[in-house]
Design a protein around this ligand. Structure first.
Ligand code: UD1
Length: 386
């Protein structure tokens, strides 16, 4: 094992798990020269926000679990940095791969950029010997909402500025990076690793029985997910959103797997009580990957503020109404099935979808289920010369 190039794969929160899974598998397929080490920071820790994903995605238990839990941004980021530094110094991997835009992505790339490996005899690539730190690789680089009130936007900008190799999902992300002065040579447009997971898991997803379990077989329904602070942290906003969802449910059933942040707000303010008596809105716990994807596959449309869902709906050709003033994933609008909506237009947009008046969209280039393999072969080609 010591002769192999060791790669840290960092995941912290729910959307990260389906991004590291295909990378883990692609690295394992090159196990003669590469060795993956999974670091779970513990940013998400509930069974259905974390463990259930490892089970569904057939991933081994993480090699390290940092157990950082929740807190303010500073607390959470600081805890990840402190714990991650210890593991980084102990293992001294050649490569650090971070994915997405959560606090774990930011924290681990900052630590890796300033670490100094002492007495390093574990490393195998010239870059590491020379710089005494791992090569930092960001998967899903270059996405920008241009809205710095979003914590994720700060995480994206800082992570990209520290990364040595940047893998992007679409050309607009390449343009954003180049506009920020990042050298073209570091950037590779490779497609979307989330789609790799979706493709790999397709037959497992089809066999999942969640729609039967929640009584939605042969019933038209829309899926709702909301968790962004801008939507759910303000009582007024959340109350308005719930009223609009209630009105939409008069026309079509809605299923709403509730994120812990949203549940806290709903319960603190007794907003879920009226919805509980409305049997056309099903408020359910967060689902596992397979369950959620099954629900999505059979849905008529999605109302969301998630980043990943904008991409998954575009891939599947399902209409997506994104309740945000901006998106870091514009290709899902220009090419896909996504549209940004204001709450006041939501009902009208749902009507359009139900009348069959929605764009069909097309799948962006390289969203083909093979992105992780592209990433690993680029890494294998680059690392010996860097
Ligand atoms: C985080 C990410 C966001 C991502 C989202 C996906 C950052 C800045 N935000 O936001 O980009 O879209 O994950 O879900 O990294 N909680 C639990 N159980 C858990 C996890 C969280 O109860 O397993 C509670 C926490 O106590 C906290 C709230 O949920 O109060 C929010 O969790 P937090 O990790 O702070 O951010 P998210 O909103 O999940």
């Amino acid at each position: 094992m010591n002769e192999k190039i060791r790669i840290f794969l960092v995941a912290g929160a729910r959307p990260n798990f389906m991004k590291i899974a295909p990378l883990f598998r692609a690295i394992q397929m090159n196990s003669d020269s590469l060795y993956p080490i999974i670091i779970h920071t513990g940013q998400h820790y509930d069974f259905n926000m974390s463990d259930s994903f490892f089970i569904d995605l057939k991933m081994p238990k993480p090699d390290y679990f940092l157990g950082v839990g929740s807190g303010t941004h500073a607390q959470q980021t600081a805890r990840i940095m402190i714990e991650f530094e210890k593991v980084l110094l102990e293992e001294q991997p050649d490569i650090l791969i971070v994915v997405g835009d959560v606090n774990s992505t930011l924290a681990c790339s900052i630590v890796a950029s300033k670490i100094e490996y002492l007495n390093n005899n574990k490393c195998h690539i010239p870059f590491v010997t020379r710089n005494k730190r791992p090569l930092i690789v960001h998967v899903e680089a270059g996405l920008r909402s241009f809205d710095r009130t979003m914590p994720e936007e700060i995480n994206r900008i800082v992570t990209d500025s520290l990364s040595d190799i940047l893998f992007t999902t679409s050309d607009d992300a390449d343009d954003n990076l180049i506009n920020e002065g990042i050298s073209q040579e570091k950037i590779y447009c490779v497609g979307n690793v989330m789609i790799d997971t979706l493709e790999t898991m397709k037959s497992d997803i089809h066999q999942c029985t969640i729609t039967t379990q929640i009584g939605l077989v042969n019933v038209d329904y829309g899926v709702v997910t909301l968790h962004r602070p801008s939507n759910v942290d303000s009582l007024e906003n959340l109350r308005d959103i719930m009223q609009v969802l209630s009105a939409i449910s008069n026309k079509i059933n809605l299923v709403f797997p509730i994120h812990p942040r949203t549940r806290k707000q709903l319960e603190k303010n007794s907003l879920s009580i009226p919805l509980k008596s409305n049997n056309r809105i099903k408020l359910i716990e967060p689902l596992s990957y397979k369950e959620f994807m099954k629900l999505l596959f059979e849905s008529k449309f999605v109302i969301t503020d998630s980043g990943g869902l904008q991409e998954e709906t575009t891939y599947l050709g399902i209409p997506c109404l994104t309740l945000r003033p901006n998106t870091e994933r514009p290709i899902t609008i220009t090419q896909g099935t996504n549209e940004l909506v204001d709450l006041s237009d939501m009902e009208e947009k749902v009507n359009l979808i139900m009348e069959g008046n929605w764009k069909n969209g097309s799948v962006p280039e390289n969203w083909d289920g093979k992105t992780a393999h592209r990433i690993v072969s680029i890494l294998l080609g680059q690392i010996t010369t860097m």
